[in-house]
Design a protein around this ligand. Structure first.
Ligand SMILES: [Zn+2]
Length: 440
């Protein structure tokens, strides 16, 4: 009989039974155990057996069950009894180890339901195998704690998810299933050396700030500048929309089409765009006023001096609340009033969450690639792909070698690659590169 199983310690004892979708093999251990696991004595005798169902890798797309006659032995010397040990089995899950490996791999690109159906175990088991796998990977890849941490959210599979970034190294530090305050607190608490975090950038979302103040009281909060200046553009756009009774339908449509000219920075416009801008603004004085407020608001940030920035803002604020556009800019003024300190902390190091935009497009591409991903699979696929990690080896240290190699060979401990390498997390540019090549 040809052995279709190729397992190192099990063999089929008769031809398999087979139907449309499944195969069942009767199997037993190839060799009896040599010694007692308790005392090492080599005289053992059989002491009962039981039937056990073990799932294995499919063969020719048919799911495979192994009906194992598992034997128990008793030691003649110490009288201890034990079940035979089989290295190809995962005892916890009643599956072969190779099936577990296959489930881990398949869960990265198939839904749990699909995997469960393919291999003949239930969905919950697939989910648990995947969970164990992720927990293992979490321990294996401990990313270096960022000095400057970015907190943001990104829509992944229809929900906003928490994304933590390393601003200095331009890497993704972690992704979590939601962005609740409790989740942020929990995740930040898990960082042992969190005292190392100096700055935390975020948008104006109170739960983030509360979480950071709770867990990282020493860290300075910086509101991401782009979230602030974006509000100036939104205010300007609402003024444009409110102009409709002052314009013909045709003018409205044209301005709608050309609104990007208003939203771009003036110094980025070409000659034609500048001409169009002047035409619009000279005909619509209210729009002109709002436009100037927008440009001046952006200008606040264009100084290296923190004090100058604050002065520019207070002057701008006065002009704004005296203008006809004050209603449109009301949300912006309130936001800056509420987050004043955090917004102007920007001037310390000029930190922003600028990379979040690129993560956004990355995630969209990843999502498109594999419909039916679970969030956990998507997260694991991004975070635990070693090819995407940004690493740096520490400086060459010759004294470590002389000690370890020549003087201390007896006590030398194993130095693994993970020990000697700083791993900063998932590198944005590598991730983008791989996605563009379809190589993820
Ligand atoms: Zn024994």
């Amino acid at each position: 009989m040809i052995d279709l199983l190729f397992l190192p310690d099990l063999r089929a004892i008769e031809s398999p039974q087979e139907n449309e979708t499944d195969m069942m093999f009767k199997v037993e251990a190839i060799e009896p155990p040599e010694r007692c696991p308790e005392c090492g004595f080599d005289k053992l005798y059989r002491h009962g057996s039981r039937k056990q169902l073990i799932m294995d890798l499919p063969i020719r797309l048919k799911r495979v069950g192994l009906q194992l006659n598992r034997r128990r032995y008793k030691c003649r010397k110490c009288d201890s009894t034990f079940w035979e040990r089989l290295i190809s089995l995962d005892e916890k899950r009643s599956m072969t180890r190779r099936l577990i490996e296959s489930i881990k791999e398949q869960s990265m690109y198939k839904t749990f339901v699909e995997v469960a159906e393919n291999v003949g175990v239930d969905e919950k088991t697939v989910r648990n195998v995947f969970k164990d796998h992720v927990a293992f990977k979490e321990r294996e890849y401990q990313f270096e704690t960022p000095k400057w941490l970015g907190i943001d959210e990104i829509h992944i599979i229809r929900k906003p998810r928490l994304v933590l970034t390393n601003i200095e190294r331009k890497t993704i530090f972690d992704i979590k299933h939601n962005r609740n305050k409790e989740t942020v607190i929990q995740r930040l608490t898990e960082i042992d050396d969190r005292h190392y975090i100096e700055y935390v950038t975020m948008d104006m979302w109170k739960p983030y700030k509360d979480a950071v103040n709770t867990v990282l009281p020493h860290a300075k909060v910086v509101v991401d500048k782009f979230h602030v200046v974006r509000m100036a553009n939104q205010a300007l756009d609402s003024v444009r929309k409110a102009m409709k009774d002052k314009m013909t339908a045709k003018e409205r449509r044209t301005l709608m089409r050309e609104r990007f000219i208003l939203l771009k920075r003036k110094h980025d416009l070409n000659e034609r765009e500048l001409f169009l801008l002047e035409t619009w603004l000279s005909n619509l004085p209210d729009l002109k006023e709002a436009y100037e407020l927008k440009e001046e608001f952006f200008w606040i940030w264009a100084t290296p001096e923190p004090d100058e920035g604050r002065i520019r803002y207070s002057q701008w604020r006065q002009r704004c609340i005296a203008s006809n556009s004050k209603e449109a800019f009301k949300d912006l003024v309130r936001a800056v009033d509420n987050w004043h300190e955090e917004i102007f902390n920007y001037f310390d190091k000029r930190l922003t969450n600028a990379y979040t935009e690129s993560i956004n497009s990355i995630i969209r591409q990843v999502e498109r690639m594999g419909r039916g991903y679970s969030f956990e699979a998507l997260r694991a696929k991004i975070l635990f792909n070693e090819k995407l990690h940004k690493k740096r080896k520490p400086r060459f240290n010759s004294s470590a070698f002389s000690k370890a190699m020549f003087y201390d060979t007896f006590n030398r401990h194993e130095v693994t690659d993970h020990d000697i390498t700083d791993n900063y997390g998932v590198d944005f540019s590598t991730l983008i590169n791989k996605l563009e090549k379809g190589d993820l």
